[in-house]
Design a protein around this ligand. Sequence first.
Ligand SMILES: [Zn+2]
Length: 274
Amino acid sequence: MSARRVVIFLIARPLIAVAIAALVVGVLLLRDTHRQTTPVTARTQHVALSDAQQTQLGSRQYAKTLRDNRADIVASGPAYAEVRRVAARIEAVAGRDKPAFHWRVTLLRNTEANAYCLPGGKIVVYTGILPVTRNDSALATVLGHEVAHATAEHAAERIERQHLTRVAAAIIAGGVAFTPRQYLRVAALLGAADTLPFTRSQESEADHIGLIYMARAGYRPRQAVAFWRRMQRASKGKAPPEILSDHPSDAHRIERIQKWLPEAERAYTPARAE
Ligand SMILES: [Zn+2]
């Protein structure tokens, strides 16, 4: 095809033109992978998405979640106040590792015991987790764990491993993703879908980093053990929620957390009086 015919072809098919433009922009965005070291665990990782790109990707997913669940957003009352209070302290700590992230938290009315943090620092908490957390320290355990997935760039790492960086880049560039299935796979990796988005070792790493985060934020790390025991009891006989996903066993998880407790106790920094 001559260049002129290509242009005519693209003008006649605006969706394809947008997709190609998005792809070109995406490839330009992703020329270099960057090397980063995970907080706390100091593991070296290579990811193609920069902090700014991860923030853009997370923000898009977050905006969609808020649109889709507008009627269930909780924006007042004691549960909302608690989530805001604990999230602010965890965000302040995690923000030292990721100054480029834009932190936000939303509480959604949902009976599922779940919470997640999108790449770039957008946190979603379901009201269903609050009867299990019961107090600020346990909520800090949950938020520490979820935020650790974001600061350790676990979603970006998985997008990379599954060769979906170009799809992610097309989404960032505002174009259409290649196919709905590919888009769903990226969305699943962002942690918002009902799949098992993280690997076992990433879950374990999030437990470790999260424990240090809660301690640095002024919450007693041993409260994490009590919380995971309650979570274990609460999920008996039911399909495990994402937060419990892909773990060898909860007993093993608690064992490992106990192993990290001395390090977390050393990281414990009492919160300043407010
Ligand atoms: Zn997790």
